[in-house]
Design a protein around this ligand. Structure first.
Ligand SMILES: C[S@@+](CC[C@H](N)C(=O)[O-])C[C@H]1O[C@@H](n2cnc3c(N)ncnc32)[C@H](O)[C@@H]1O
Length: 355
């Protein structure tokens, strides 16, 4: 038995190991150094190389598909920064539910055996799409969703609907409304950010469903219009009352597939509780305001969640868009989407990347 010198932790070696070490002396490196130190380092580096090649191919793929559907360059820049800071992404989610609230859709997908993920501020304060980490998380979730997966989106509708028009001042021709009102300005940023995420879901040919109450002007937002003009988008009218909700709640669903018509079901014939109160003012004008049941009507009935699984299963898969050559993303004049308030997001993603 001998003690091996120059080893921090003294290691006991036997005669046969000593013989092996003598052979290695020719190369001036003892075998234990090769086995225990050098090889693991080589292995680590080759894992990095493989991971970086895989991640580069993945990045090229998603960005190339985004180019072919006409996505904005700022999105390619954001995604590049996500890849640089995460070192690659695992596409492991079957579905994601943005603004999940009571999570009826997420639950239905989990019950059906799919990997589902909710994004909701009430579940985790970090999941705030208006915050920098929250938006990065939302973007990451879209990137982690599998090609041909599913996404449910129900952005906060309060400033977009008819009952809020006297405050929001939104109209079809001035959809951004009165941006001096904080809730209106924040809702506009929220939709700009969500529309960026929509491009990612579309490039992956996910079946995405964007839900809004029937009076919402959200799709008049210029960024939503930009998206709708580049892609094929369908819109249908259905009733949450058809899925067991306590009020009829006329709902609009936008999606990339004609199959979303399958959500249109007959509305049961019964007496429903009203969600708004109408009051005639002294000058004869009618004042409409939401009552206490309006907020509660936001949550989807469980049957609607199960319907999303059924419609997705039956929907015909659309072919993935081709991977096009990327434009120059590091230089040149790029629309930085100031309306999505991205400067802090870029700052956050650049940490540790030297970019
Ligand atoms: C229109 S509701 C969606 C309700 C949902 N469809 C359900 O079935 O319960 C909008 C949801 O967005 C959430 N939310 C509001 N602001 C948010 C933010 N900044 N980031 C993420 N989620 C937010 C609310 O908590 C609310 O649950």
């Amino acid at each position: 038995m001998q003690y091996l010198k120059n080893s921090k932790k003294k290691k006991v070696v036997n005669q046969s190991q000593m013989k092996k070490m003598k052979v290695d002396k020719k190369t001036r490196v003892s075998k234990h150094v090769v086995d225990d130190v050098v090889n693991p380092i080589y292995q680590t580096v080759s894992t990095w190389v493989a991971a970086s090649e895989k991640s580069r191919a993945q990045l090229n793929n998603i960005c190339g598909r985004l180019v072919s559907i006409g996505a904005p360059v700022v999105l390619l820049q954001l995604i590049t920064m996500v890849f640089l800071s995460t070192g690659g992404i695992t596409e492991s989610l079957d579905m994601v539910e943005y603004f999940a609230g009571e999570q009826a859709v997420t639950r239905a997908w989990a019950q059906a055996g799919y990997r589902s993920c909710p994004f909701e501020i009430k579940l985790n304060s970090m999941a705030d799409i208006l915050s920098t980490p929250g938006f990065c998380m939302a973007l990451l979730m879209a990137l982690m969703t599998k090609n041909f997966g599913f996404a449910m989106i129900a952005t906060v509708c309060s400033t977009w609907v008819f009952v809020n028009r006297s405050t929001s001042r939104r109209t079809v021709w001035s959809p951004l409304g009165d941006e001096r009102v904080k809730s209106v300005a924040l809702a506009n940023v929220m939709v700009s950010r969500m529309s960026l995420i929509l491009w990612v879901l579309e490039a992956k040919r996910c079946l995405w469903l964007y839900e809004q109450p029937q009076t919402s002007l959200l799709f008049q937002h210029p960024r939503m219009q930009q998206f709708v003009e580049s892609c094929v988008v369908f819109k249908i009218h259905c009733w949450m009352g058809s899925y067991g909700a306590s009020s009829p709640k006329g709902t609009h669903l936008w999606g990339p597939h004609a199959d979303i018509q399958k959500f249109i079901l007959p509305l049961p014939c019964k007496t429903w509780a009203p969600l708004v109160t109408k009051k005639t003012l002294a000058d004869g004008r009618v004042q409409v305001s939401g009552n206490s049941d309006l907020k509660g009507s936001q949550a989807y009935p469980p049957a609607f969640g199960h319907a999303t699984v059924g419609v997705w299963k039956m929907a015909v898969e659309r072919p993935l868009p081709p991977v096009k050559k990327l434009p120059k993303i590091w230089g040149g004049k790029v629309d930085k989407w100031p309306d999505a308030d991205l400067s802090d997001v870029f700052q956050f993603l650049s940490m540790g990347t030297m970019k």
